[in-house]
Ligand binder design. Structure first.
Ligand code: DP6
Length: 326
């Protein structure tokens, strides 16, 4: 038995599209921020006394998510593993575009691997953080990034991914303000939506073709701590991803009126000279990236917008880690 915790990550340069659906290899590289204060905790117990895998999410049986979790455990522990009881707790809304699958699968892989080590599995004992990231990424592409803290880059290679921290959290104290515009599950899972985009959006191929250019600009902005450059390329990349979604058939539109209202409010703050920019993922929530000095203003502005239910804020945190079971 073992328990692990992982934080969600928010991509500034987005993963959207799969090079290989079976192995869940991303078509493009990505760059993200691992958060500090939002988390998923996963407890995994393997036992020959358990008759079938069982998953509890926030105390409730979660049958729909179980097959994906079981497949991930097969990858970590082998298909001949004993059945498992998996308990997941999360301190933020699940499946609403807040990267809950990223923190969930990152924590799951770390906990399951540790449980295997305790049971004497030598393959598990030899795994590096990158190996664990690859296992997490096979379950959910964005989860690979949550194994690492701070500002993280994932490189999409031909055969497998590479992922690592570019800058540790203290190096650039960025803040992420999350405006929750709607709780509840998203209408289309991101994995299904990206496959649809590849099949039907006329913009998909240029999205993939131009990704390295955006990554290059973002990388240099991080290196030189150039907030304005990071803001410009991140908003552009986010809007390109959503354009690919919108031009898929049928269209995939995750935004709500409050999503757009938040974007407008952020634009107004920018025109006053405030360092802040937006990004949205496969959901209606808006993430505003800013600096410690203007965080309170950004939180206040977003919390006053009609349709915004809650505003949360976080700095950058560490990668997934084991927790003491006691
Ligand atoms: C929009 O990692 O959820 O958040 O690999 O199919 O599980 P699967 O997809 P997932 O996709 C995340 C997409 C995104 C952008 C990002 O996080 O880079």
């Amino acid at each position: 038995m073992a328990t692990a915790q992982a934080q969600p990550n928010i991509a500034l340069i987005k993963y959207w599209g799969k090079r290989d659906v079976c192995r869940n290899l991303p078509a493009v590289g990505s760059l993200s921020l691992t958060l500090a204060t939002l988390w998923t905790r996963m407890k995994v117990e393997f036992s020959t006394d358990i008759e079938a895998d069982r998953l509890l999410v926030d105390g409730e049986i979660a049958a729909a998510m179980l097959p994906r979790v079981s497949r991930c455990l097969d990858q970590v522990a082998g298909c001949d593993r004993p059945h498992a009881l998996i308990e997941s707790d999360c301190n933020f809304p699940i499946a609403a575009g807040l990267a809950s699958s990223a923190s969930a699968f990152a924590a799951l892989v770390v906990a399951a691997n540790e449980a295997c080590i305790e049971a004497g599995n030598i393959v598990a004992a030899s795994r590096t953080t990158l190996d664990l990231a690859r296992l997490a990424g096979a379950a959910s592409g964005s989860a690979a990034r949550s194994l690492f803290g701070g500002i993280v880059e994932l490189v999409a290679g031909d055969a497998r991914i590479n992922v690592a921290t570019m800058k540790q959290p203290p190096a650039w104290p960025l803040r992420v303000v999350v405006a929750v515009t709607e709780r509840g599950h998203k209408p289309v899972a991101s994995g299904d939506a990206m496959i649809l985009s590849e099949k039907s959006s006329p913009f998909y191929s240029s999205w993939v073709r131009n990704q390295d250019q955006d990554l290059e600009v973002a990388r240099s902005a991080v290196e030189t701590r150039d907030f304005a450059q990071l803001a410009a390329v991140s908003e552009h990349n986010c809007l390109k991803m959503h354009s690919v979604m919108w031009t898929s058939r049928p269209p995939v539109v995750y935004w709500k009126p409050a999503t757009l209202a938040c974007m407008e409010a952020i634009r107004a703050l920018q025109s006053e000279g405030q360092p802040v920019f937006f990004t949205m993922d496969a959901g209606p929530q808006v993430k505003a990236i800013c600096l410690p000095d203007n965080e309170a203003q950004v939180m206040k502005t977003l919390s006053e917008i009609e349709g915004v239910e809650t505003v949360m804020s976080s700095g950058l945190g560490t990668g997934a880690c084991l927790l003491d079971d006691a």
